[in-house]
Structures are given as structure tokens and as C-alpha cells.
Design a protein around this ligand. Sequence first.
Ligand code: PLP
Length: 474
Amino acid sequence: MTNIHPNTDNETEKLALEGGEPVRQKALPLEFPGGHFIGPGEIAAITKVLKRKSPFRYYGFEETHETDLFEKEYAQFCRRKFALGVSSGTAALSISLAAMGVGPGQEVLVPGYFWVSTVGAIVRAGAIPVLVDIDDTFCMDPVDLRKKITSKSAVILVVHMSGAPGRLDEICQIAKENNIKVLADCAQANGSSFKGRAIGSFGDMAIFSFQLNKNMTTGEGGMIVCDDKHLYKRAFACHDMGYARDDAGRLDTSDQQYQLWGQGCRMNEISAALGRIQLLKLPQIVKNMNTAKYKIRNNLNDIEGISFRHIIDPEGDSGPFLITIFNKSEVCQQFNKALRAEGVVPPEVGLSNIPMTEWGLHIYYNNKSLTNKTSVSDDGYPWSHPANIDSNYNYSKGELPQMDDLVSRSSIMSIPSVLTEEDISDIIRAYRKVASHIFVKEKITKILSVPSTKTHPPLSITDRKSARGLNVSK
Ligand SMILES: Cc1ncc(COP(=O)(O)O)c(C=O)c1O
């Protein structure tokens, strides 16, 4: 790597925030990991579908069977028996919960760090979400999970946030001990693995999203994977018109076991054609993000004032986000502002390198429909359903103390799949520059604020280096 000076004395460089020269002038690339990789392969694949005038999965002028093929390839990729292409990750969540028979009188355990779709799917199923705290992995905390299980717990909806899972072994073990099903929301972690196993292979069912800001994209789209034929057949009926189909794709309404209600969320052939090409590129996309992320982390891990999200299996991390943790909320805000002023920002339309408090509907207490227990019908369903009356939970800030604390003093930055060595080097330099100013000031303020009758001697060079957050032993 070029141009990285881990121990450069940045003290002399004025912060951009205070009128100094910013580390970089050019915005970083936009997020959208799979989007950057859309090229001639994708164009040719969708052109083929369009030329045949057959974008619908089950009939057309000259069918291409792209969705059938995509599902086969995806099931193989996840080491699963079944894969079902759907219209979005949100649909995949709803359909999976329906396949699992989730409804009123049941509770679904979900971490407080999620996306609105995750919790929305539970409420729309008629069940009650039970928030579980997160731990240093920024995913579900197994210790809190145990405490939140009740006789109504039907599903653990584990969410592999920001590219990687948390303590998945423990969570699966708890589910097994308590005979609770696991649905894994892998929307943000496509292409990741955990201890050598594809991420989609964990849980009774797992879902993916192919929306534009995901590791691979079809614009909009999603996938459900599982090994249980019965769950698959239920999911199939629910994603379509509520019935099975025969091998020729014709509706088969004869099997009473699969006479359900459909949600009309089929995948179309254009999305599938795009997805098949993107799936081939996914390993490279993930490799790029993982490599860039760990170059950044490894070049900053000597700074005392910051730490990073705990990733249990860094090799399996798909890498789209870097979460930096500070010791105090004010320091996080101040550091982030200074880092942004150094040019560590995406173009205006992007959302990256922000304090996590600004991470919108990913944070449970920012979801007004949840905190206010909103209903789409006038009768207050599902909150008011007689079978749910005993499940009376609060969703406001303060419910998950570990998450509230972590979010208040962490920032999140996208790691685009096309970062150059220069981009990476600039990010590292900017972090170090800001750290050298902010942490030295913080330390001096601390020293000066200690009431003492003695006069402090001037700081030695070693003191000054360690006060800047630089590990002097390195
Ligand atoms: C964790 C998580 N779950 C579910 C979804 C929903 O996926 P989609 O946008 O495809 O509906 C998303 C993405 O937006 C997500 O980040």
C-alpha cells in the first residue's frame, strides 16, 4: 500500500475543521456494492430476456427460465436444498414468517439494531416483536436473548447487521435448547460466511435482499433459502397466489396442505437474469470490501481512543461497513465532524461516515410506528388482538441499554466495493490526523481538570505521543 504513515507526527497539520488543508478534496465513491459492478454481462443478460419479450416467470413468448436457474445457483451457493426468488428482502421476511405459521399469540425475538422491514414483517404477521439487546458485535446479544424468551416465543429473527453475524453459535444453541425456530435476515451480509460456512446456511430459513445498496443487486429483489421441503412449499404458495404450481409452472390448487394466501411477490425474469451475473461477481465484491476494511482497521488499531466493532470471524466478514467506537458520545460527534471535514465523505447523495444516532430506521427507537404501536387498521391490530394483550412491551429509547450506549458513541462508514489504494490511504491518514488532535486535547483537558496542589511537569515526548493516542511501543 502506498502513502500510509502510521506513526507520522500529524500534530503539526492543522485540522480542516480549523482551516487546515483537508486530507482529500474528492468525495469517496458512493456505497452500492453490487451496483458498481454492473457491466456488459448484466446488460447482455437482461437484453436476452427482453429480446424474447418474456419477462414473466411462468409464461411468455419464449421463456428463458432465468428465475429457475438463479434459484438453483443460489441454493448451491448457500449450501441449501431450496431457494425461492422473490420481489424484495421485505417480501422475503413476510413470506418466511408466513411459512413458519407466525401470527397472533406469538412473539418474535429481534435485535434492536435492524432495518424497519425486519420488525415490520413481524407486526404485519400479527405477532409481537420482542426487542433483544445487542452486544459488542452489534448483533443480538445471546445473554439478553435468554432473558427475553417466554412461552410465546415462536421465532428468533437474527439479523446479521452491517455485513457480518454476531454470536451465531450461541444463538443457534439457545434456539435449539428452547425449541424455537430461527429466521436469519442476511440482507446486509450476502457473501459472508461464519467459521467457514456460508451465511445463508444458518437457521431454519434465511433471507437476502438484492436492493441497490446490497452486496449484490438486482435493483429490487430477494431470496429465501431453507432445507425443509414443507417450509419451502408453504413459502412458495405464500409468495405467489397461495397455491402450489406443477413442474410446467401451472397452478395446482389440489393439495389442501398448500392452499394458503398469496402475497404476489414473484421474482421476474429480468431481475433473475441480472442476479445470476451479479452472483458470479459477489466473491470479488466481498473480497474488495473485506480487504479494504481490514487494511483500514489494521492500520488504526494502535490508536487508544478508538476501537472497532467486534467481528468474530473477520475472514468471513463481507465488509460493507466500518463501525468505529469511541469512549464518549461527544468525542464521537466531534471526531466524526472533523473526519468529514478532512474529506472522508461520499458524494452528496450518499450516506456514509455518520454518527450511528443518525442511522435512521436501523435504530429501534427511531421507528415511530414501533414506538407508537401503530396499526394499519382502525382496530389497533395486532397490538389489540386478544391473543397479544399479554405481550405488552415498550419500544422507546432506554429499552436496550447496551445498544443505546453503543449507538450513542459509534460512527458508521460504508466501505465501497471500489475503494482505491489512495482512498484507503486517505481514510487512514484522516483518522490518524484527527486522532492526533482530538485525543491529545482530550487527554490534556483531563489532566488539567484533575484537582491537584502540585504543578504538572511539562509532558515528555513519550507522554505527548501516548496522549495523541499513538502506541509508543510500536
Ligand atoms: C437488514 C435488512 N433487512 C431487510 C431489508 C429489506 O430488503 P429490501 O429493501 O429488499 O426490501 C434490508 C434492506 O433494505 C435490510 O437492510
